[in-house]
Design a protein around this ligand. Sequence first.
Ligand SMILES: Nc1ncnc2c1ncn2[C@@H]1O[C@H](COP(=O)(O)OP(=O)(O)OP(=O)(O)O)[C@@H](O)[C@H]1O
Length: 248
Amino acid sequence: MTNNQYPIFECKNVTKQFNNFPVIQEITLQIFPGQKVALVGSSGAGKSTLINLLNGTIRPTYGQVWVLGRDLSQLKPQSVRKLQSQIGTIYQQFHLVNNLQVIHNVNAGHLGRWSFLQAAFSLMFPLEVETAVGALKRVGIAEKVYQRCDRLSGGQQQRVAIARVLVQDPVVILADEPVASLDPELSREIMQLLAELGKTLVVSLHDFELARRFCDRIVGLRQGRVLFDCAAEAVTLEMVDELYKRDN
Ligand SMILES: Nc1ncnc2c1ncn2[C@@H]1O[C@H](COP(=O)(O)OP(=O)(O)OP(=O)(O)O)[C@@H](O)[C@H]1O
C-alpha cells in the first residue's frame, strides 16, 4: 500500500533472530498516519516481536527500523527515548501497577515529560487530575479515578491502560494482543474504543474477525514473513486458510 504522506513506521528489510533463529524475516513495510493496521497470524508468527521492533524495545539483527523519519539505529539513547514518547504501547496484561489507584496509573502517561520530582510529588498529591479524569471519561470509567487497580475487572483495567496512553498523547498506538484476556463482548468494546480514538493504530490480534471489523489494513504474518498485506476487505478465505494452516 502506498500513500503520499510520510510513514510513521518503516521497516526496511528487517530480520530479527533469537539464538540464530529468524523469527522475523526480511520484512519491508510502511505504516502511514491514520491507518488502522492489524497484525494477524498463528501463535509464534512474530507479531509481538514486530511490535517490539516498531517501538524500539528490541533492535533488528539485519535491516533498519525507521520511526517518524528517523533510523533508530543511528540515534543516541536519549533521542530514542524521545521518539518512544511519541509511541503509546498497550499490552495484553495491561502493565498497570495494581496496588496503586487508577489516577496514578493514568498519570504514568506523563512520565516521559515529568521530572523525577514531579512524578514523586504526584504519587502523594496527584497532579493533572482533570486531564486524567478527561481520559477516563473517554474510556467510560471516570468514576473509578481513585479506585485501586487490583479492584477493577479485566475490561476496566484495559480501559485504564488506554486512558494512560491517551494522557501520553502519542502520535501512534501499538497494541499487542490488547483483548486476548477479555471475553468476546468486552473484546469488541475495547477494539471499538481503540479504533475510535482517532490515532494511527497497529494492533496484533488472534481473532481475525476483530481485525476485519475494526482495522482497515491487515498484515498477515506467517513464520516471520509477510504473507499478505492488504485492505481488510480484500482478504479472502483462501488467504486466511493459508495464514493459519498447520505445517505437516
Ligand atoms: N526474547 C526472546 N528470546 C528467544 N525467542 C524469542 C524471544 N521473543 C520471542 N521469541 C520467539 O520468537 C517467535 C515469535 O514470537 P512472538 O511472540 O513474536 O510471536 P507472536 O506471533 O506474537 O505469538 P503469540 O500470538 O503466541 O503471542 C516465537 O517462536 C518465540 O518463542
